[in-house]
Design a binder for this molecule. Structure first.
Ligand code: PLP
Length: 447
């Protein structure tokens, strides 16, 4: 079983699997002893290395500043949307992307000003659009013709002018898992570029009195490692940008290339996101220069690449089962309710025991959740030391699309979340209780 992994990954900072190990062999996150954290806050527990969250965002800023271009980093809050996280990313100079009324509510409740918030979604409800217009958020990214006319009507009824972008499906295949790929032509998202839908949307917007179309957006997928998809998307969008800005004279100033920057979960060879951003900036400079159009403000929308690597989930190990000649299972006190990503699309993870983080793997152990579903698995065949009940399993790179996708299946309460920094931990989401689970239940006939 590979034992080199824990050591090798310590070397590069952009790795998701940095294992900071104390002299007492305990895993440390944000300078805090992970085992002590579970004693204080219980398990399952999601711990974010707060300094790492901030460092990642600062590295993104540095790329744009080095390139001397106008830019905006808008955190895709769906990756992990809580008030503390919204506060943190705004403090670090990011805008916030939301895709629902609930995410918008969270961002506003955290004190982020409305102008820094942008709303996405392929089926924003009339109520959600009303809410966004009422709060006067920074921009709404229009996904389809239905939304275009609905939003025009809502804005007109309120006598408001709304800044919008259109989401374009540029027909680019991002190199990623097919179930999380978007932006190809066969996608539920956005106006199709090649069939002329996107151009038609811009024509309609040039006549929509209450909508100011300030630019174009595309999001070509998720967990992307290769900058080539972004490069092709920028090239295609530049033609449409030219059409909108020059022929239709729309007040264009933004080119938003979305998010999707890949991170390391296990053995992927993940280039630093800064390299991908540099490639996008270089392409945009070159293509817009060639067309003699001033370079628009470049927006990116990272979600996973900010939140993912900084999060670790801590579980207590309970039961075990060896199926002779077939597989070994160990079970944890969480599962698909706090991390459905393996069940949804076969996600892979790296794990260690936080209480003996540098112990040598002895066998392959598949990590099972406690839900009544055979598919409730977190890792298949992880190289681990043989487990003992009470071991604390630490699963790395669980900061994105874990808590935000958590469910109450089997009436399992959602875990607590802490931010750890300089050896101090701060509770940012309380653990749910069983009482929380029945709070909205109504007894039959009021009894
Ligand atoms: C999900 C999403 C993102 C963020 O994707 P990541 O893979 O988390 O970086 C950005 N923009 C849009 C429109 C999205 O839907």
């Amino acid at each position: 079983m590979p034992e080199q992994e824990v050591v090798a990954v310590r070397e590069s900072d952009h790795s998701s699997l940095q294992a900071d190990i104390d002299t007492n062999h305990h895993l440390r996150v944000g300078g805090c002893d992970a085992v002590e954290l579970t004693k204080s806050y219980g398990t399952p527990l999601i711990v974010y290395d707060e300094e790492r969250l901030r460092r990642t965002i600062r590295a993104f800023h540095e790329v744009f500043q080095r390139e001397r271009v106008e830019y905006q980093i808008s955190y895709a809050s769906k990756a992990f949307c809580t008030m503390a996280m919204c506060q943190l990313v705004y403090e670090e100079g990011c805008g916030i992307d939301v895709v629902s009324g609930g995410e918008l509510y969270t961002a506003l409740a955290s004190g982020v000003p409305a102008h820094a918030i942008h709303m996405h979604g392929n089926n924003k409800t009339p109520d959600e659009l009303e809410y966004a217009v009422r709060e006067n958020i920074g921009a709404i990214i229009i996904d389809n013709f239905y939304e275009l006319s609905l939003l025009q009507d809502i804005a007109a009824a309120r006598g408001r002018n709304v800044d919008v972008l259109i989401r374009v499906a540029p027909g680019v295949e991002a190199h990623t898992h097919e179930f999380i790929a978007t932006g190809g032509q066969d996608s539920k998202f956005g106006f199709d570029l090649s069939s002329g839908q996107a151009g038609e949307a811009l024509r309609q917007l040039s006549r929509a009195e209450n909508l100011r179309c300030v630019g174009l957006h595309s999001h070509i997928g998720s967990q992307i490692f290769d900058a080539e998809g972004f490069v092709v998307a920028v090239e295609r969008l530049a033609d449409l940008y030219h059409f909108g800005a020059i022929e239709l004279k729309l007040p264009f100033r933004v080119l938003n290339v979305g998010g999707g920057f890949g991170i390391q979960y296990t053995d992927e060879d993940a280039p630093p996101v800064s390299e991908t951003i540099s490639a996008i900036v270089a392409t945009a400079k070159e293509v817009f220069g060639r067309k003699e159009i001033p370079l628009p403000t470049l927006w990116i929308e990272p979600g996973r690449s900010i939140a993912g690597p900084a999060g670790v989930t801590l579980y207590q190990v309970g039961s075990q089962k060896r199926v002779p000649g077939i597989r070994n299972y160990l079970a944890i006190d969480g599962g698909m309710t706090d991390n459905p990503r393996l069940a949804l699309y076969g996600a892979k993870y790296h794990a260690v025991y936080a209480n003996r983080a540098d112990a040598t793997p002895e066998d392959a152990w598949s990590v099972a959740g406690k839900c009544c579903e055979s598919g409730d698995m977190i890792i298949w065949d992880a190289p681990l030391p043989n487990p003992q009940a009470g071991d604390i399993l630490a699963v790395f790179a669980t900061g994105a699309y874990n808590y935000s996708m958590a469910s109450h299946y089997n009436r399992i309460p959602k875990p607590a979340v802490v931010f750890a920094r300089n050896g101090k931990a701060e509770l940012v989401v309380q653990r749910e209780t069983w009482a929380d689970l029945v709070r909205r239940d109504m007894p039959l006939r009021g009894k």
